[in-house]
Design a protein around this ligand. Structure first.
Ligand SMILES: NC(=O)c1ccc[n+]([C@@H]2O[C@H](COP(=O)([O-])OP(=O)(O)OC[C@H]3O[C@@H](n4cnc5c(N)ncnc54)[C@H](OP(=O)(O)O)[C@@H]3O)[C@@H](O)[C@H]2O)c1
Length: 320
């Protein structure tokens, strides 16, 4: 990728932060779109040139505030749109739509008005492709659009359609589909693997969660970052690119964590009924304290439901 002026939304997030580092190290001018309230600890310090020649500028706004986004887009060549509300539950469910769908629509509108933007890479999700019921799916997989485990899932499905419709109207948008992201980085609502492991080792999650045959595609965060950059370099607008990895269950994740830390594996699986009850209690607790839950009913942990989301590995056309 040649030196570019690049806007990254969701820059303060788990994925966005690592993406900003990579773009910065690649010598680009990174405009990190953050909120006034965002924790900026995972971003490179704003600077006028590191050893790589990269620069980072903070631009403040909110994806639901069109004017702030338009201002941030000014002079940019490329946009990585990664901002989203990645939560299992929110007291006001309409926020999923306003941020995850409305935010994308605002990015597309800003693209039209700005006139300098050549490409948009949109971070979709394996959730937008739907459950694969056990088989290993590819880019042709589509969501049934009938059952949504969470409002988050629904918003990612709707946003995916917005992105594909925009591409068919000629806009240069490339949607990418990470699996469950894991690996080093900030512990945020989106970093579900780290949060689960923290719960496990703090004794708050005594057993396995999910069924052994519920498999998810797990993607290392740095591979997901590389996939985003490759999509910017080589991705064809409107073409879907899976940024997926190994298909495994959360049971295997806990077993690997036990092996690495030389601790005991969980001795039992937590029955779904108990997880469901825990989800309801968490939501009730959240209403009282304002602290958002890790698990929400119906049996969804950060949007991950008890289904199978198995995908073929990361798209070869991007990585070759
Ligand atoms: N994590 C995964 O396993 C996974 C899997 C597949 C796809 N994805 C997708 O990857 C993207 C990044 O996820 P993540 O895991 O990095 O999530 P994350 O750590 O929770 O980060 C979300 C980012 O979005 C920002 N954001 C939220 N609402 C915003 C608003 N109204 N205006 C501007 N910024 C806003 C947050 O800002 P604050 O810091 O201010 O809150 C944060 O920077 C999302 O689009 C998600 O759907 C994630």
């Amino acid at each position: 990728m040649k030196k570019r002026i690049v806007l990254v939304t969701g820059a303060s997030g788990y994925l966005g932060g690592r993406l900003c580092h990579q773009l910065f190290n690649g010598g680009h001018h990174v405009k990190a779109f953050v909120r006034r309230t965002s924790d900026l600890s995972s971003l490179p310090p704003p600077t006028d040139g590191g050893s790589s020649g990269g620069t980072l500028e903070l631009v403040f706004g909110d994806v639901t505030d069109y004017q702030s986004l338009l201002l941030a887009c000014s002079g940019c060549h490329d946009i990585f749109h990664s901002a989203a509300l990645v939560e299992p539950w929110l007291p006001d469910p309409s926020r999923f739509s306003s941020v995850n769908v409305g935010g994308l629509k605002n990015v597309l509108q800003a693209y039209k008005e700005t006139g300098t933007i050549e490409k948009i890479v949109y971070t979709s999700s394996f959730f937008a492709l739907g459950s694969t019921d056990g088989y290993v799916a590819d880019e042709t997989q589509t969501h049934s659009g009938k059952v949504f485990c969470t409002e988050y899932e629904k918003s990612k499905v709707v946003a995916d359609k917005v992105a594909l419709d925009a591409a068919s109207e000629g806009m240069p948008i490339v949607p990418v589909y990470p699996g469950v992201i894991y690996g080093p980085g900030k512990v945020t609502a989106g970093n579900i693997v780290a949060r689960m492991i923290i719960e496990r080792f703090n004794g708050r999650l005594p057993g396995y969660i999910g069924q052994a045959n519920d498999r998810f595609s797990f993607s290392h965060v740095d591979d997901v970052v590389d996939g985003h950059i490759a999509a910017m370099d080589k991705g064809k607008p409107g073409e879907r690119y899976l940024l997926t990895g190994e298909n495994a269950s959360f049971k295997e994740v806990f077993d690997i964590a036990a092996m690495i830390t030389r601790t005991k594996k969980p001795l039992f699986g937590i029955p779904l009924l108990i997880i469901e009850a825990y989800g309801w209690i968490s939501v009730l607790f959240s209403k009282l304290t304002g602290k958002l839950p890790l698990i929400s009913p119906p049996i969804c942990y950060s949007g991950v439901d008890s289904g199978a989301f198995a995908f073929g590995s990361m798209c070869d056309t991007l990585l070759s």
